[in-house]
Design a protein around this ligand. Structure first.
Ligand code: UN1
Length: 508
């Protein structure tokens, strides 16, 4: 079954660190288990502070050489990495699926996202544009240039175990940085596989250490990264709770953090919506990745006149969702990542019931639910809810959808915004006034606001991230690259006088 492991070079026990060479410690070995079957996929030797220092030092040394490589040549390396991702798309997609439990189509989609961001970064490597501005002084010129930041830290979550690293690493590489990656301990093998594929390209010229990998605990490795002044930027994806710790600790040393945290994403469905489109968008958004995307649709704010109809259509659609082993082609929804996630699902459903919600479908573990090691299957769940139920304002990383009736577009937008998180949002409407209001300054307060498509599945070309408890960071496309560079303003005097700005006269 695991025939995708050998092309990726994954063994029974794998080294958990990479600094240009693989670092195998004789410390603790963690096992990565399939959340579907509980089967052990492979072990990893954990890194600690000593290995951290080694990876860090190698990254710094490599970056000193890398920053002198012209950006378009850096892009050429990234082009080759993108080709390597393409070649290994199937085994990489399979390891994503095996480790985090998303279905194989989504595993492949995740690797496609890595290919896409590599392509984007190649183009970007010739477009790291600065500015020139007119100087107020005669015979002076002024310009703004972008330089590499140095070495950056990347902390990623289990649910996008490959793509989120690639968003950061591909862009940051062309910007001239090295990075060290601390992946989720729930998906270490994907991190090793991604690093191996990309490192093959970089190692040819002794640049492997630019993509350092350090698999270790939050206490040992995560903590070291947060306090390390040699990392001017920490890009972290995960829960809002984790993001607060990162933001505070990195801020204390005046480092920068790029945070991409929780979402509580709503779809507004107006009475003039194309309901066929809306149902498809909602089901993919709510059930895809078993509700474990930060962009997952968690709330439906539906016009009261069509609420009953939409509820019925959704309940019918949910009945057709095939649940099972994510590697099997017929499956639409795989398991949750682990036992704790199932418990959180159960607690949220119980809270929703207590607070007056009515479960319309699902609400329990799935008959395939298994023991501690694997089989973390739950039923995709729809709850008829009210906006004032406290649980509706929380992000539960599971396929629970709250359906809430609204009276008009104003109320829908108000409620859509009235949660702590601000990542993604959508409206389904054929009325241009509703759509434009939703996208305007009095509309959605989220980083992502869509019309007639769902909340999840963003393309890499846009900036990805959100406001409020989502952390404010932007990764991936558009001008997100600026977060990975430092800006330098330069004024050059090519004349024979030394005039001062603001017309100040200072001595003779
Ligand atoms: C995440 O869940 O952390 O927009 C990222 C999407 C994906 C990325 C999700 N492209 O759903």
């Amino acid at each position: 079954m695991n025939d995708f492991l050998s092309p990726l070079g994954i063994e029974a026990t794998n080294p958990g660190g990479y600094d240009g060479t693989w670092i195998r410690t004789d410390g603790e070995v963690i096992q990565s288990h399939s959340p579907a079957t509980g089967q052990a996929i492979g072990g990893v030797t954990m890194c600690g502070r000593v290995e951290y220092e080694r990876v860090m030092q190698a990254a710094i040394d490599a970056q000193r050489r890398w920053r002198e490589v012209p950006a378009p040549i850096r892009g050429e390396y990234v082009r080759k990495i993108g080709l390597a991702f393409r070649e290994m798309k199937e085994p990489l997609g399979a390891i994503v699926t095996a480790e985090c439990g998303k279905i194989y189509q989504e595993g492949l989609g995740e690797i496609q996202e890595c290919v896409d961001i590599a392509d984007f970064a190649v183009g970007l490597s010739r477009q790291l544009y600065g500015l020139t501005m007119p100087s107020e002084r005669s015979q002076h010129s002024m310009r703004e240039t972008w330089h590499p930041l140095g070495t950056i830290g990347v902390i990623t979550a289990f649910n996008f175990p490959a793509a989120v690293w690639a968003w950061n690493a591909m862009v940051s590489l062309v910007c001239g940085n090295a990075q060290i990656w601390k992946p989720s301990l729930k998906t270490p093998l994907t991190a090793i596989a991604m690093t191996k594929v990309a490192a093959k390209v970089l190692e040819e010229d002794g640049f492997g250490a630019l993509i350092g990998l350090i698999i270790g605990s939050d206490d040992e490795v995560g903590s070291a990264m947060l306090d390390d002044k040699r990392l001017p930027l920490i890009s972290a994806t995960g829960s809002t709770r984790m993001g607060r710790i990162v933001g505070e600790r990195v801020g204390k040393r005046l480092g920068r953090s790029l945070l991409e945290l929780g979402g509580n994403n709503a779809i507004i469905v107006m009475d003039d919506a194309d309901l066929d489109l809306a149902v498809r968008g909602i089901v993919f958004g709510a059930v895809g990745t078993a509700g474990q995307r930060c962009t997952t649709t968690r709330r439906i704010l539906v016009h009261e006149s069509i609420a009953a109809d939409l509820e019925q259509r959704l309940v019918d659609a949910y009945k057709t969702v095939s649940i099972g082993n994510p590697l099997s082609e017929d499956t639409l929804m795989g398991p949750l990542i682990d036992k704790d996630a199932v418990t959180m699902f159960q607690n949220a459903v119980a809270a929703a019931r207590e607070q007056g919600g009515e479960v319309l479908t699902g609400g329990d573990v799935h008959p395939m639910f298994g023991d501690e090691a694997g089989g973390h299957y739950v039923q995709p769940t729809i709850v008829r809810a009210r906006h004032d139920m406290p649980i509706v304002h929380e992000e539960t990383f599971a396929p629970i959808l709250y359906v809430i009736p609204i009276q008009d577009v104003e109320q829908a937008i108000e409620w859509q915004n009235d949660v702590p998180q601000g990542l993604s949002s959508s409206i389904f409407t054929l009325n241009a006034r509703h759509a434009e209001r939703f996208l305007s300054a009095v509309g959605s307060d989220c980083g992502i606001a869509n019309v007639n498509i769902g909340t999840s599945g963003a393309e890499i070309g846009g900036a990805f991230g959100g406001e409020k408890d989502t952390g404010g960071g932007r990764e991936s496309g558009s001008d997100s690259w600026k977060a990975y560079m430092r800006r330098q303003t330069s004024t050059v005097n090519w004349g024979t006088e030394l005039p001062l700005a603001q017309g100040i006269q200072f001595g003779s």
